[in-house]
Ligand binder design. Structure first.
Ligand SMILES: [Zn+2]
Length: 495
């Protein structure tokens, strides 16, 4: 575990070593060269992309004994103290834990005092958006009349949460997410310097997982080195991240796109047998569909060419709409999995639904057909335009309702299918939804659903929406899976 400090150890000490923020670096260095120093800067951008690193470099550039200079010397007492975090003139404040008025007042008072040894007093306030409103007001007063020797560097991941009055007094720099290539390059450099043998593919995977954050990438690299005990290989990183080999996703993707339920479930079982975390598996599947869709719409992700070629080939099997629908469905499964009482079942049901969402026969259609069939057999009569006598009868024609709604609004129809009729009493139909998003969307247009219900059943039914309880969901999923498997693997259903 000797490497757990790489983010700190390899924090750039020169502007030139900062990866991926050239626009910021060049502008700042030019300003330093021309002696145009602002009193307040706002560094905005995602976490771990170099905001505080550049802030410290700027502090050095301002206070270096040979400065202000675009190239701080890194050896004078000022530079050394700043690099060690012991400079009396460079104060780093965490906005999240010092967010109140008292802290900012204290800061205002200390700002009036002359610097201890440097040229400027530099205040670096990280996560500045966390300050309270009174604290922002106090800060604003200082920004309005800043003492000549004070420079504020405000850093934030949420610039829109910083009041406009503050923003307008700052020179803003937008830091961007780093590309996979940029992160991989830096990780190769660090590996080489540390004498760590690392496979290129392993570093690419770490870089992808870090989603643009150098800090996250370096901390993953630390873990990978500790985990691998020797060479950092693709396999060891996959294992560490709990990732399944991409191959499983290609196979599952193929099964789903072909509507092949059986093969799809086999892949899930294989992943389960390999001890893969189901959460990671569902996330991986979601990423796979995201990649397929991205390739399909001509915005390929940052991946090796051979993987892109495979993705392109697989993406041929579905339309943009298909892939978008699969992406939504798999991301729903991935987000529901952690709180599902039966995660494996939830995943399997998800795979069945995905596979069946594209084939010519829809699960719901078959279930509805089955319901109507049972109805007809029981009563031997037509069931057209007659008030439903109970919930079961209504469920038997639910697909018909959903179809008619979808004909009026495809979007509403799709949302409606996310819910299930749960209770029918005194002319009120309760619909339960797994997600509040779908529930609210249907609720906004429940009049349309009510009109269609009237059309189908010839009587007025009021619609009430609610959120599915998790316990009920398990039961529902179990029933659904059993029925679906019976239908598709068992005998043919007459329609
Ligand atoms: Zn210096």
């Amino acid at each position: 575990m000797a490497y757990l400090v790489s983010a700190r150890k390899w924090r750039p000490q020169k502007f030139e070593d900062v990866v991926g923020q050239e626009h910021v670096r060049v502008t700042l260095q030019n300003a330093l060269r021309e002696g145009k120093v602002a009193h307040a800067y706002l560094f905005a951008g995602p976490r771990g992309v170099g905001k505080t690193t550049v802030a410290r470099l700027l502090a050095k550039a301002l206070n270096c004994e040979h400065g202000p200079t675009p190239v701080p010397c890194n050896s004078c007492p000022q530079c050394t103290a700043i690099a060690q975090g012991s400079s009396m003139d460079v104060l780093e404040i965490d906005g999240a834990s010092n967010r109140g008025i008292d802290e900012v007042r204290e800061l205002r008072e200390s700002a009036q005092l002359a610097p201890a040894g440097g040229r400027y007093k530099v205040y670096i306030i990280d996560e500045v958006h966390m300050l309270t409103t009174p604290a922002f007001n106090a800060l604003l007063k200082t920004l309005e009349e800043p003492p000549a020797h004070v420079v504020f560097i405000l850093a934030t991941t949420e610039p829109h949460q910083v009041p406009p009055t503050i923003r307008s007094r700052c020179q803003t720099f937008n830091f961007r997410r780093l590309s996979v290539g940029e992160i991989t390059g830096r990780l190769s450099f660090i590996s080489e310097e540390e004498g760590v043998e690392a496979e290129e593919e392993a570093l690419v995977l770490i870089a992808r997982k870090a989603e643009g954050s150098m800090r996250d990438a370096q901390s993953l690299w630390d873990q990978a080195v500790a985990f691998s005990e020797g060479k950092v290989s693709l396999r060891s990183v996959q294992e560490m991240l709990g990732l399944v080999e991409g191959d499983l996703f290609f196979r599952l993707g193929e099964a789903i796109l072909k509507g092949d339920v059986r093969s799809g479930l086999e892949v899930v079982e294989e992943a389960f047998d390999r001890g893969v975390s189901l959460g990671a598996f569902a996330d991986g599947l979601t990423e796979h569909f995201r990649n397929l869709l991205a390739v399909k719409v001509g915005a390929p992700p940052d991946l090796p060419e051979e993987e892109l070629a495979r993705l392109r080939e697989q993406a041929e099997a579905g339309s943009e709409e298909d892939l978008a629908r699969l992406l939504v469905m798999s991301s729903d499964v991935a987000s529901e999995l952690p709180r599902s009482p039966a995660p494996r079942l939830r995943l399997e049901v998800g795979v069945v639904r995905m596979a069946k969402s594209l084939s010519s026969v829809k699960v719901e259609e078959v279930l509805a057909r089955l319901g109507r069939l049972e109805q007809g057999l029981k009563e031997g009569t037509s069931v057209v335009r007659r008030p439903p006598k109970d919930l079961e009868e209504l469920k038997g024609r639910w697909e018909e309702v959903a179809d008619l709604v979808a004909r009026r609004s495809p979007r509403l129809g799709a949302f409606l299918r996310e819910g299930r009729p749960r209770r029918l009493e005194d002319g009120v139909l309760e619909l339960a939804f797994g997600s509040t998003f779908h529930r609210d969307a249907v609720n906004r247009q429940r009049r349309v659903v009510e009109e269609v219900l009237k059309e189908v059943f010839g009587t007025k039914l009021r619609v009430r929406v609610l959120k599915e309880e998790v316990e009920g969901e398990q039961y529902e999923d179990e029933r659904m899976l059993k029925k679906v498997l019976e239908l598709f693997d068992g005998e043919v259903v007459q329609g």
